[in-house]
Design a protein around this ligand. Structure first.
Ligand code: SAH
Length: 228
């Protein structure tokens, strides 16, 4: 009898840790995302899968599933969950897609897209953030994500063209190199406007030589900076 109890205790201890935030995450998806009109099933599934609490600083874990952006250091933020889901859905990510992100930050948006697409490329200008995002994504086994530390203004020529591009920092205009690195039929989302003011999230679509832009929703992002 005693050995059975020991065996049961050991089994319990050695069992993989359950995810204590699972229910909070399901609630986040239902209340903040589905109830606000996000319908794409692959986006919803990815938002349910990615452990957002592992992308925020330790002191903010209790706020990880709140309806807001959170500071991640160096004056930068991890975007509000709804915003991440909205941008993901707008990109219409496909399982065979190659996607570029400018503004890795915590790596959260990259992880959400990596759950859906074939390969994900993401560029961060702040070395410390890029390094820790790279480590985090590797530890979480997002093996289809590559992180580069550089000014994302120039895109990632070696892997272009991309089916989709997501820019998560607000720029005054759409960088022409990024349009160039978009596939024919590709989609890009980018917040356009001045820092510290309400910006507009824009959808850029490329069809042959034709570029169309559509204003989507008002947003607030940190600014797109340039290397010196
Ligand atoms: N997508 C991120 C949100 C990051 S906030 C996440 O899910 O956590 C925007 C990020 O863009 C910041 O980390 C900022 O350093 C970065 N950034 C700003 N200008 C950039 C540029 N020119 N190239 C690459 N990254 C840039």
């Amino acid at each position: 009898m005693f050995s059975i109890i020991i065996a049961l205790v050991l089994f319990r201890i050695l069992q993989p840790q359950e995810d204590p935030y699972y229910n909070q995450r399901l609630q986040m998806v239902q209340h903040q995302i589905e109830n606000r009109g996000i319908k794409d099933s692959s986006t919803l599934k990815a938002m349910r899968n990615v452990k957002r609490h592992l992308f925020v600083p330790k002191g903010s874990i209790k706020y990880a599933y709140d309806d807001r952006p959170l500071p991640i250091g160096y004056g930068q933020t991890i975007s509000q969950p709804y915003c991440v889901a909205y941008m993901t859905e707008i990109l219409k990510p496909g399982t065979d897609h190659k996607v570029l992100e400018i503004g890795t930050g915590s790596g959260y948006q990259a992880a959400v897209l990596a759950e859906i697409v074939d390969s994900m490329f993401t560029i961060e200008i702040i070395e410390e953030l890029g390094k820790s995002a790279k480590k985090r994504l590797k530890n979480l086994e997002y093996n289809n994500v590559q992180v580069k530390i550089e000014d994302g203004y120039y895109g990632w020529e070696a892997h272009a063209p991309f089916d989709a591009i997501v820019v998560t920092a607000a720029s005054e205009y759409i960088p022409p190199t990024l349009i160039k690195q978009l596939k024919d039929g590709g989609r890009m989302v980018i917040p356009i406007g001045s820092p510290f003011m309400v910006q507009t999230l824009m959808l850029v679509e490329k069809k042959g030589d034709k570029i169309t832009t559509t204003s989507l929703i008002p947003v607030r992002f940190v600014s797109f900076t340039r290397s010196k």
